[in-house]
Design a binder for this molecule. Structure first.
Ligand SMILES: Cc1cc2nc3c(=O)[nH]c(=O)nc-3n(C[C@H](O)[C@H](O)[C@H](O)COP(=O)(O)OP(=O)(O)OC[C@H]3O[C@@H](n4cnc5c(N)ncnc54)[C@H](O)[C@@H]3O)c2cc1C
Ligand code: HEM
Length: 400
């Protein structure tokens, strides 16, 4: 609990800090990387360059401060879960919180100037450490459960297969050299690669196989376009990594979970967001589940649709599954043309939904679900980047 004096300070300064949030976190990263260049290998350079990580950090701290100060409640467990899973997949250590806390408070001081009185800095420091304690505790539980630790978060895996799925999407089969706890459908692994001249970079990839099957990740190549450079890790994986190579990979993490029971499910994906949906469907098909399942996928064309054959096979083998496909072009009979039309998504108000794809796609599907009477906490999602929905009006990461 935040001390009563700090509650008053946070209430008085929350708007100012939120207004300057991205500037504060920007200064914070600059300071921290200058003092600790070794941390550049832990953080995602792409997210630093496009500003997404700054926004996710600022929004999560602001949302949690508002929660602690009684301004606006947020789904705290869900926010802590999402961040802790990501941290544990990267090997974040408790002592790194001291570094982050020091530079974050200094950045607040720099940006707020005279407004950053000792009382103000002390109250924000208290928020930081309350949040940090929740994260450290959850991360320690996650390391324990995964049988990993922050001193050895990634272990060697051999690439045993490389399969081209579409022009831009390739699957990699990864065999751990030591025993790894099996994943649950929807979980991801962190994969580290050594980039010539740049050092190590780590990215997360959802496991696209079912539990019990060989570990498979399915990676979309981020091509250069306009001002955007080609993606560092996806390009390396596509162009350089071959069968027999070794990659450093974390155990599976992630709080996306298939709700248990026999109730209806809706699994909706777009583009490479197909990965958690295919893992879930293969798992459900292997279990022979009788539950009613609606599968929605949107893509540019059938040829750009990753893991399409896996999806069709799984849907065919399930006793009560239906498939609704949208292709912008060349869809052919039985598919819808153009972008997803929410009015055409079949919605059972009792459904649990799992969404994965670009934010506009997920917003459209979520709106259709809420309008159809589905409870907001039954809509889970995965964002393939820092989660700017965290703390905002977002669906839940965890099943109710
Ligand atoms: C939980 C989770 C699960 C995921 N699962 C999958 C999955 O199953 N399959 C999959 O393919 N991906 C998945 N991702 C995404 C994946 O982790 C990577 O983000 C993705 O592969 C891009 O990484 P990259 O290194 O190739 O691109 P990066 O180098 O990280 O660049 C990312 C984007 O930022 C742009 N960018 C970089 N620098 C700049 C700049 N200076 N200015 C403007 N734009 C810039 C790049 O053009 C690129 O489009 C997942 C992500 C998360 C968080
Ligand atoms: C209270 C303290 C902290 C908060 C509130 C916080 C918050 C966040 C958030 C919101 C994300 C994005 C999660 C997502 O949606 O995927 C994130 C990712 C990350 N965090 Fe933290 N974090 C904290 C401490 C730390 C520490 C101590 C480190 C280690 C130095 C760290 C390293 C990272 C890294 C490397 C990522 C992934 C970055 C990326 O993919 O771009 N964080 N954190």
């Amino acid at each position: 609990m935040l001390a009563p004096d700090s509650v008053l300070v946070i209430r008085a300064t929350a708007d100012t800090v939120v207004r300057h949030g991205v500037e504060i976190t920007g200064r914070f990263y600059d300071r921290m990387f200058e003092a600790h260049p070794e941390l550049l290998e832990l953080f995602n350079r792409g997210n630093q360059a496009n500003g997404e990580q700054r926004q996710a950090l600022a929004m999560s701290v602001a949302a949690v401060a508002a929660h602690f100060a009684g301004i606006k409640p947020v789904p705290l467990a869900s926010i802590v879960g999402r961040i802790a899973h990501k941290h544990a997949s990267l090997g974040v250590t408790p002592s790194q919180y001291v570094v982050v806390g020091r530079h974050l408070m200094a950045a607040i001081g720099e940006v707020l100037g005279d407004a950053a009185t000792p009382d103000v800095v002390a109250a924000w420091d208290e928020v930081f450490w309350l949040f940090a304690c929740l994260l450290v505790a959850e991360e320690s539980r996650l390391y324990e459960r995964a049988g990993s630790s922050f001193s050895r978060p990634l272990t060697p895996h051999t690439v045993t297969g490389v399969h081209r799925e579409t022009d831009d999407v390739t699957s990699f089969l990864l065999e751990p050299e030591s025993r790894v706890r099996p994943h649950s459908p929807g979980q991801y692994v962190s994969v580290a690669v050594e980039l010539p001249g740049l050092g190590r970079q780590i990215r997360q990839y959802t496991v696209s196989s079912a539990p019990g099957e060989p570990l498979r990740v399915t990676v979309k190549r981020h091509r250069a376009g306009g001002d955007r450079p080609a993606g560092l890790v996806s390009t390396h994986l596509h162009d350089v990594v071959r069968v027999g190579d070794r990659l450093q990979v974390s155990p599976p993490f992630g709080d996306l979970a298939l709700p248990a029971g026999d109730g209806p499910l809706l699994l909706a994906s777009a583009g490479v967001g197909a990965t958690p949906v295919v893992a879930a469907l293969r798992h459900l098909a292997a279990a022979g589940t009788p539950r009613p399942i609606t599968v929605v996928h949107a893509d540019r064309t059938p040829d750009t649709h990753p893991l399409r054959a896996d999806l069709l096979d799984a849907v065919d083998s399930l006793p009560d599954a239906s498939l609704v496909l949208w292709y912008e072009r060349d869809g052919g009979p039985g598919t819808h043309a153009g972008l997803v039309d929410p009015a055409l998504i079949p919605v059972d108000p009792d459904t649990h939904a799992l969404l994965c794809g670009p934010l506009p796609f997920m917003r459209t599907v979520r709106r259709a679900l809420l309008d159809g009477g589905v409870r907001a906490d039954r809509v889970q999602y995965e964002v393939f980047g820092p989660d700017a929905w965290l703390g905002a009006d977002a669906p839940s990461h965890t099943a109710s």
